[in-house]
Unconditional design. Structure first.
Ligand SMILES: C[S@@+](CC[C@H](N)C(=O)[O-])C[C@H]1O[C@@H](n2cnc3c(N)ncnc32)[C@H](O)[C@@H]1O
Length: 215
């Protein structure tokens, strides 16, 4: 077999997430979250689709961030760090909240390792902490390693749709929430009408986000 015949197989073994990291390190500017976000969009259009919140939906979240100005935020579902970088940089740079802390949960060690590298490249490692493991098991670690009881004032949920309800209930029981917590609902597949029953309505301001299910 010639080298030319071997080449396509070799290329297909490279995972798109690794190509993404290479792309960012080669084309984005270090310590410049905006340039990383821009290069992520470019990569997703020109190379491979990525399952991040993306340029259309992110402004909906940023609208809520602008209104609520959170100091401590939690995200379930980090993937390669797009939303963590975008929202943490928005809170720090656009809202001017320098001491913001952003905790992002990611079940896949592979995704989390890439996310940490991109976050480090963005110069945001002191703001964003990526916690590896399934959220229901990692929450305990967050509670014991960080003094966050009653301090979390923003939650962005973007992981596995079937786990939203269970993990929301866990979060509520954890005592992490500030008096009024702003939960951004990216729950496209869950009727909005379930939420008042699920979470204490006077403690949580719920944002319907982009409501695909018409609930
Ligand atoms: C849609 S992607 C997140 C995209 C990310 N929020 C962004 O916009 O850049 C969903 C991620 O959630 C992770 N995930 C799925 N189930 C999880 C769980 N139980 N705990 C933590 N992360 C989970 C997946 O591995 C995947 O990386």
């Amino acid at each position: 077999m010639t080298q030319t015949q071997l080449a396509p197989t070799a290329v297909s073994l490279v995972k798109k997430e690794d190509s993404y990291l290479d792309h960012i390190l080669a084309h984005a500017k270090r310590n410049n979250p905006e340039s990383i976000i821009k290069e992520t969009h470019k990569f997703a259009i020109e190379r491979y689709w990525l399952m991040n919140v993306g340029p259309e939906k992110s402004p909906l979240v940023e609208q809520v961030l602008l209104e609520k100005r959170p100091k401590v935020a939690i995200e379930i579902g980090c993937y390669l760090g797009y939303s963590a970088i975008r929202f943490a940089a928005y809170i720090r740079d656009t809202l001017g909240i320098q001491d913001v802390k952003y905790y992002s949960f990611e079940i896949s060690e592979y995704h989390a390792n890439i996310a940490r590298k991109v976050i480090d490249f963005a110069g945001l490692s002191h703001i964003i902490t990526v916690i590896t493991g399934p959220f229901n098991e990692s929450l305990e670690r967050l509670l014991s390693n960080h003094n966050l009881l009653s301090k979390v004032d923003f939650v962005f949920i973007d992981h596995h749709k079937e786990l939203y309800k269970q993990d929301l209930q866990l979060l509520e029981k954890s005592g992490l929430f500030h008096t009024v917590c702003n939960l951004f609902r990216t729950l496209f597949y869950m009727p909005f009408s379930e939420f008042p029953r699920l979470l204490c309505p006077n403690r949580l301001a719920l944002y319907p986000g982009h409501n695909h299910c018409g609930g």
